[in-house]
Design a protein around this ligand. Structure first.
Ligand code: FAD
Ligand code: SF4
Length: 472
């Protein structure tokens, strides 16, 4: 039966003023306070067969945690979420809720769905500010199972969402887990890709601290495949199983003339310099090229992050995308925020050449106008170039945000591992690869996807690793 509050619009979330935030790197969204969270929680119908839970890739007990928020029992809400997710403050901020849980909320059929993401963030942040360690053990009371788990240690390669989720579940089962990370900081794309104004790094490091408190060991500055191989980990160092969660960090380029001019960057490099190496902060000595006019090519989350970062660094920033706004793959909220911040969008446009001066520096991009044809394999209408429609956009920096692919290093040098059609590691739905004892998941398998899908893959692999080791 309809609850009277469910008829109310969703509680709006407070945000930094667009004009102010376009000049700083502080978080855009302030999130709900307790009163707002409880008011929003009161809208939930507590559906007996909740479609929101089905649509969440890790199946968080959404109505139950929302009810706990309504009752003012945040510790219980945090405990419920922790059964299925170790990164609620991250996912509450960056998950594409509009196409997942919120996209299936019953209230969305007639009005605003419940703000599930903002409520998850509220609970996650409450947990972090209260230093709660709530991930319940996934232990088994049987002595035989306990002793198998205590006997084995497992290596996880990569500390992004897939690696963190897998390590969390394995540690909760009682295994000894070591995470090897190539970079000097933990968190994968959460620290080197997604900017501070969308996901503050203190949130990521606090969530990782919670994983550490479960007993997971982290070793940074180790490139598995170079510093140490999977064979050495398994044969010489006694790891019973390995989970490869090395992500998809190789940038793609268009292959158009002029792409090797000075001032053409991949979004990965641009964002890594600003986020991980703090080029935006004058106390750091990290060089970065930001011209007066920046063109970012692409329409996904990465493109939105790059263009909004360029704007904050002082450039006039433009998105160039070959389809129309309806096909933009970025989260609706990010596109909306970018528009509010004064980003220019040149839709139905594709670059055909990067232009430069005699010194080899970018001076602009030559583009062609596009129109949309029939849907292609992705289900989106395919872009078709319009004849005689060329024009130029003057700029000094071009950032390519066209997607990334997995690094082939581990496949190339580990016997039994095979590539798949995404250029990643071939693995089945629970992460098993062609090599016994080696599992893989997240972007390393699927190519660039989402945080929550990577976490779901990490959790599925943890279960499969447990079954594998117990059956040995
Ligand atoms: P990653 O997060 O890439 O982590 C892999 C880790 O493995 C890295 O730390 C890497 O250094 C390490 N590694 C790689 N090779 C080795 C090796 N040989 N040895 C040791 N360590 C290694 N998703 C969303 O859901 N919402 C968003 O809003 C969103 N925005 C994004 C914005 C940007 C700029 C980018 C780049 C991605 C975004 N994504 C978003 C996608 C999301 O971040 C990824 O899908 C997710 O991080 C994948 O997790 P992962 O653990 O598989 O890989
Ligand atoms: Fe609540 Fe919406 Fe989930 Fe129903 S579908 S339980 S209303 S969040």
């Amino acid at each position: 039966m309809a609850n009277k509050n469910s008829l109310l619009p969703r509680v709006p979330v407070r945000e930094q003023d667009p004009k102010v935030r376009a000049t700083n790197f502080e978080e855009v969204c302030y999130g709900y306070d307790t009163e707002e969270a409880r008011m929003e929680a009161s809208r939930c119908l507590n559906c007996p067969k909740p479609p929101c839970r089905e649509a969440c890739p890790v199946h968080i007990r959404i109505p139950d945690f929302i009810e706990a928020v309504l009752e003012g029992d945040n510790a219980e809400a945090a405990r419920i979420i922790a059964e299925d997710s170790s990164l609620p403050s991250v996912c509450g901020r960056v998950c594409p809720q509009e196409s997942q849980c919120e996209g299936h909320c019953v209230l969305g059929r007639r009005g605003d769905p419940v703000s599930i993401g903002k409520l998850e963030r509220y609970v996650g942040d409450w947990r972090l500010s209260h230093g709660e360690q709530i991930a319940p053990p996934l232990g088994d009371k049987q002595e035989a199972v306990k002793s198998t788990r205590e006997k084995h240690k497992i290596a996880v390669i990569g500390s992004g969402p897939a690696g963190l989720a897998c390590a969390t579940d394995l540690a909760r089962m009682g295994y000894g887990v070591t995470v090897f990370e190539a970079l000097h900081e933990l968190g994968g794309v959460l620290v080197y890709g997604i900017p501070e104004f969308r996901l503050p790094k203190r949130v990521v490091s606090q969530e990782i601290e919670a994983v550490k408190r479960l007993g997971v060991e982290f070793i940074t500055d180790v490139i598995v495949g170079r510093t140490v191989t999977i064979d050495q980990l398994m044969n010489d160092e006694g790891y019973g199983a390995v989970f490869v969660a090395s992500g998809a960090g190789l940038p793609k380029f268009m292959g158009i003339p002029g792409e090797n001019l000075n001032g053409v960057l991949s979004a990965n490099e641009f964002l890594t310099r600003t986020n991980l190496m703090k080029a935006y902060d004058e106390r750091y000595d990290t060089p970065i090229i930001v011209g007066e006019r920046v063109v970012v090519v692409g329409g996904g989350n990465v493109a939105m992050d790059a263009v909004r970062t360029a704007k904050r660094l002082g450039a006039k920033a433009t998105i160039v995308y070959r389809r129309s706004e309806a096909e933009l793959p970025a989260r609706v909220e990010e596109v909306h925020h970018a528009q509010e911040e004064g980003i220019e969008f040149r839709m139905l446009t594709t670059p055909i050449e990067v232009l430069g001066d005699e010194q080899g520096w970018v001076t602009g991009v030559r583009c062609r106008e596009m129109t949309l044809g029939e849907p292609d394999a992705s289900g989106r209408r395919s872009p078709i170039e319009m004849p005689e429609s060329e024009f130029e956009i003057p700029c000094d920096v071009v950032i390519m945000a066209l997607g990334t692919s997995p690094n082939p290093l581990l496949v190339a040098q580990t016997e039994g591992l095979e590539p798949n059609r995404h250029g990643g590691l071939a693995a089945d739905e629970v992460g098993a690869t062609g090599r016994r004892g080696v599992f893989a998941g997240g972007d390393a398998v699927t190519g660039s996807a989402t945080v929550i899908l990577a976490m779901g893959a990490g959790r599925a692999a943890a279960k499969a690793i447990d079954e594998y080791l117990r059956s040995k």
